[in-house]
Design a protein around this ligand. Sequence first.
Ligand SMILES: C[S@@+](CC[C@H](N)C(=O)[O-])C[C@H]1O[C@@H](n2cnc3c(N)ncnc32)[C@H](O)[C@@H]1O
Length: 409
Amino acid sequence: MVQSTSTSTCVLEDQAYTLHTLTLPGSEFSEEAVISCLLDPALIPLLPNPLPYAHRPIDNPNFRVLQTAHKGAGLFAARDIAAGELIIVEHPVLILPTGRFPAAIYDELGNRLPEKRRRELLAMANSRSKDECESPVEGIVRTNALMLELDPMGKISEEKKEIYGGVYPTINRANHSCGPNATVKWDLASLTETFYALRPIVEGEEIQKTYINPMFSREKRMETLLNNYRFSCDCPWCDIRSGEQCQIDHDLPFTADEQASIEASDRDRALLGTWIFTHPGYQKWSTDLSRTDDVIITSHLEALALIDKEGMHGLQNLFIREIAMCYAMLGDLDAFRQWGERVVQLSQIEDSPVARKFEEWLVDPPKLMKKWAWRKRQREQMPGKRMLKADNTAAIDIVDFDILFQYSE
Ligand SMILES: C[S@@+](CC[C@H](N)C(=O)[O-])C[C@H]1O[C@@H](n2cnc3c(N)ncnc32)[C@H](O)[C@@H]1O
């Protein structure tokens, strides 16, 4: 069976692009899946080879697609969903760069799909008028595409590297919130996007992701959403007058209290965005006894309180993991179990090796963790040692926020 076919097509600003169709074979559990791609030819050898089997559909899904009052369709929890729980795994129907191409190229990308997939694509939301995007496929791409990585090892030089997006008939039904309860993770090896919960979602609640960097100020978030997706955000962090007359529709000036609340939210979001560079981190603390025993835990609990307030749960894992590690170094078994179990639950999709490591440790932490109670033992051996410095050194871990965002023009 031919799984991968190319037809050389267009050159845009000196760059050649290839229309390339991927047919992922079906298995005992799945039908074959076709992905219609527009690619820099240099990316083709970087695709998984052989292609993976098409993903098995999820039995008894925990979500439904329903119509909303003013946002088009949306995804809603069909039952309670736990933090970290899988919602859906899906192959894109299209993969293409963010740049603009002639309408005929978009149409051709759509036409290369089997009829059922093409109809699914054409039924998706399109926020662009015919004047803006002559091809409806382009309008659908601009409204829906999620960034994905085809060259994780950086084989293509930085100057030539482009941003690619994927379009997903189901995941893309998720509407936007600046305090999302779910997020996505791309996996090149299986050519899938996984959509999963960031915090508990109750039955009937809308399942939403963020389309933009949630660290932006309210003004910038609203401007970006209007420019790229053509809507005014009415999430609780933007429409601070929910239930009353709202600024978005009526352009009334904010009261002093409303203005203060917007400024506090902007400040807290910006602070969370730089927290790991400006606040103490586990790595240095773990070997430095001059720092107080609770400095990381206290600081990280502060960050988690802000994360809860702003609904930025996409940032929580690093803090939760480091708090668990602090309790391990302090030899506090109950607290390590409590935080470690949260790590396992929240990391199963986001970072499965971390989830597995914690699962292993949780069987018998004092026996299995090399540094178990290291700080406690050091203190016992040096009871007189004073803690000299307040800790103001930043962590060096870098959070990759990119997976949170949709791509924009
Ligand atoms: C990726 S689609 C989301 C699914 C879409 N509602 C549908 O019917 O398929 C993006 C479009 O949904 C709408 N949308 C998404 N989030 C919204 C929100 N928070 N408020 C209003 N409209 C929203 C906008 O029209 C936006 O261009």
